[in-house]
Design a protein around this ligand. Structure first.
Ligand SMILES: *Cc1c(COP(=O)(O)O)cnc(C)c1O
Length: 375
């Protein structure tokens, strides 16, 4: 079976450096926080072009820390996309706030700013919930439309929490890199993400000193910067393990080259799949980090079966939109409320995607899809 994401090959390229880094941490006796974490945070902030980066335990905890630092809770509305991984929505609900969905754009699969504005106006008109924040998701590694979202956030007094869990390093048309596009940016270092560690990990990013101080406190049980025995707010244990920082420091050296290799892979897929399936639109000026390559086809099930027979694994991101999940039933949405996300969920599927995917394998995959679609 061809690997869906070839982490083993990547490991073979940096084996010595990974082992040296992990050994350094083991010998130091410092396993939580410490020098590697500080160095990682410095490099992450520099790469993203943000003043502060704070490493944490996962993308989910990054979102949670952002929501908590912004003081979001019961009675608050947080606007987001119905087409994402559940953690985006779960964290909004975990802090007691209400997720409010706005449908996606058909081309980019990201939140549609026009639908977002409608959703904000509706909540304002109804007056039951207090609009507090927007969580746009940079889906599959493509930044959302912040040029349109930012003026909406400003006009309605909303914070932007950028869910860049799939998009660390993606470039927006402004030239800025994810996760620098919101009030707070969140990313994940889960192994399968474009920049992944060897376990769970994540980070938050912000230019705002006050929000950074709050997240720094929340990271370790609401600690006080002055007195470690005085907990000044409720927090979490959301620290990043030092060993994971050593892994990420080694992987960061490969990362810029890998982003370029992902473009080559995606471009070859696009050329090979032209007129066979529909693919995500990458707007002018955007550089996607291609966390996933997810085409759409009414024949997706036949394509998946044919690829499986050819030893090519596939997946489906995401077969159920967020407003139709069991866990969100209490919000009262029904089928038909988010038609674009529902149509997308109905026929999208994911192909193997990683920087080291060989041209011959891409061509073989495209060939199987061509044979299936033309049958
Ligand atoms: C992966 C992911 C998360 C959660 O990150 P974890 O590190 O797995 O907790 C959140 N949002 C999106 C869009 C993701 O893809």
């Amino acid at each position: 079976m061809l690997p869906f994401i070839d982490l083993k090959y990547q490991y073979s390229l940096i084996r010595d450096e990974i082992h040296a880094g992990i050994d350094r941490v083991l010998e130091s006796g410092h396993y939580i926080l410490g020098a590697e974490i500080n160095e990682l945070e410095k490099q992450l902030a520099e790469y993203a072009g943000v003043k502060h980066a704070l490493a944490c335990s996962s993308g989910t905890d990054a979102l949670l820390m952002a929501l908590m630092a912004l003081g979001i809770g019961p009675g608050d509305a947080v606007f987001t996309t119905p087409f994402t991984f559940f953690a985006t929505v779960e964290t909004i609900a975990l802090v007691g706030a209400t997720p409010v969905f706005a449908d996606i754009d058909e081309g980019t699969y990201n939140i549609d700013p026009a639908k977002l504005e409608e959703a904000i106006l509706k909540v304002e008109r109804e007056g039951k919930l207090k609009p507090k924040a927007i969580i746009p998701v940079d889906l599959f590694g493509l930044t959302a439309d912040y040029k349109a979202i930012k003026p909406l956030a400003d006009a309605h007094g909303l914070a932007i929490i950028e869910d860049a869990c799939q998009a660390f390093g993606a470039v927006a048309p402004s030239g800025k890199r994810a996760p620098s596009l919101g009030t707070i940016g969140c990313t994940s270092f889960f192994p399968a993400k474009p920049l992944g560690c060897y376990g769970d990990g994540g980070a938050v990013f912000t230019d705002d000193d006050d929000l950074f101080d709050k997240m720094y406190s929340i990271l370790v049980h609401g600690r006080s910067a002055e007195d470690r025995y005085n907990n000044v707010r409720l927090g979490l244990n959301a620290r990043c393990d030092t060993i994971q920082a050593a892994v990420l420091l080694a992987k960061l050296k490969l990362f810029p080259g890998e982003v370029e290799m992902r473009q080559v892979v995606a471009d070859r897929y696009r050329a090979g799949l032209k007129d066979l399936v529909s693919v995500q639109t990458i707007p002018e000026g955007c550089v996607s980090v291609y966390a996933q390559f997810c085409p759409r086809s009414p024949k997706f099930a036949e394509i998946q079966a044919a690829l499986k027979a050819a030893d090519v694994p596939t997946a489906r991101y995401y077969p159920i939109p967020m407003h139709l999940l069991g866990a969100t039933e209490y919000l009262g949405y029904k089928k038909g409320d988010m038609p674009v996300a529902e149509a997308c969920a109905a026929d999208i599927f994911a192909l193997p995607m990683h920087p080291y995917l060989k041209a011959e394998d891409i061509d073989r995959i495209c060939g199987v899809i061509a044979d299936t679609v033309k049958k």
